[in-house]
Design a protein around this ligand. Sequence first.
Ligand code: HEC
Length: 164
Amino acid sequence: MKDGIISAQTRVVLAAATVAVATGITVSITGAVFAQQKDPAPDSPQFYTEKVEPILDDNCYSCHQESQSGGLRLDSYEAILKGGGRGPAIVPGDPETSLLIKLIRRNGLLKMPPKHALEPAEVDVLTAWVKAGAKGVPTSADSLASKSTSPAGAPASIASKPKI
Ligand code: HEC
C-alpha cells in the first residue's frame, strides 16, 4: 500500500517535469519564430516577402504590374529576375551593376520611381537584398499563368509601353 502511494507521487512529479520541459521547448520555438519574423536576414526568402515586396508594392506596382512600364513587371520574383526591355532588373550579389538599384539611387537620367525618391532606408533594404544574393520565393506556375492571362493586363501593357 505504501509502495503504491510513493509510486503515485513519483508519477505526479514526473508528469510535472514533462510539462515543464514541453513548455520550455514551446517557448523557445515560439521565440525563434518571432525573432525571424521581426528581423529576417537579407539572404533569406523571408526578407524578400517581408521587406522587399512591400516597398515594391507601395512604390512600383502602379506602373510595373499589369501595365509593365519599360516592359518590366516587379510583382513577382521571376519577373524581377527576367527584367524588362533593358534586361534583368537585378544582378544577384551585385547591387552596383543592378539596373533597379542604379535607378532608385537616382544618379542617372532615368530615376525610379519617376516622381519621388524612395526613403534612404528603403534603398538600403533593396540594396542589402540584392547584395545578399536576392533570394526570393518563386511564384507557383498557376499564379503566374493567371497573372499573364489576366484580360485587363494584355491590352493595357501594349498601350502604355513608353517610346524610347
Ligand atoms: C509612375 C510610373 C512608374 C513608377 C511608380 C515606377 N516606374 Fe519604373 N519605369 C516606368 C517607366 C515609364 C519606365 C520606362 C522608362 C524608359 O524606358 O524610358 C520604367 C522603367 C523601369 C526600369 C527599367 C526597365 C527596363 O528594362 O528598361 C526599372 C528597373 C524600373 N523602372 C524600376 C522601378 C522601381 C524599382 C520602381 C519602384 C521603386 C519603379 N520603377 C516605379 C514607370 C514607373
